[in-house]
Design a protein around this ligand. Sequence first.
Ligand code: GRF
Length: 202
Amino acid sequence: CNVVVLISGSGSNLQALIDSQGADNPARIRAVISNRPEAFGLQRAAAAGIETRVVDHKAFAEREAFDAALMEIIDGYAPDLVILAGFMRILTAGFVRRYTGRLLNIHPSLLPLYRGLDTHRRALADNQPEHGCSVHFVTEELDGGPVAVQAVIPVAPGETAESLTARVHVEEHRIYPMAMRWFAEGRLRLAEQGAMLDGDTL
Ligand code: GRF
């Protein structure tokens, strides 16, 4: 299963995906693409011997042109799966349509709660007893696609946005490799009725 990973920053999720590769895992990360040349994740990829590419969004006046350049590079790797791992650009409908069913994202909340940014602070402000993260198939609705897997953690007394961020990250690093493997093994897919694992609707 050929995988292309898109990043914008640190790439700690990318690292977890890289570390999960192995002989018994059919997922193979063929390339890592960043919209920011300085993204640390590019160094992580290079250290793992994975090809890296940069498509700098600042070089494009229009979102459509940026996405077109991105798609051309992605398609050069003939990916079965495209993974967004902290990729901080909103994608055009044309991009999402092209990869529907083979495009995954991770979001730091228990979707459908807290789409968008600043999720940890918002969950705390609402006194949520639980918080977490979700891997979901990407659809045209921002952070709105069918959820494939979630991790739930209790919000501890005295919790801050920082402590919550760190604890949710640990869970992200656990569930994203899981979802990549399930997809690569043909166990996870997007159907008419939503995400399916081993033939069951999630
Ligand atoms: C993660 O919190 C992820 O949920 C969000 O962006 C962050 C990426 O972190 N979409 P990293 O670059 O993988 O460290």
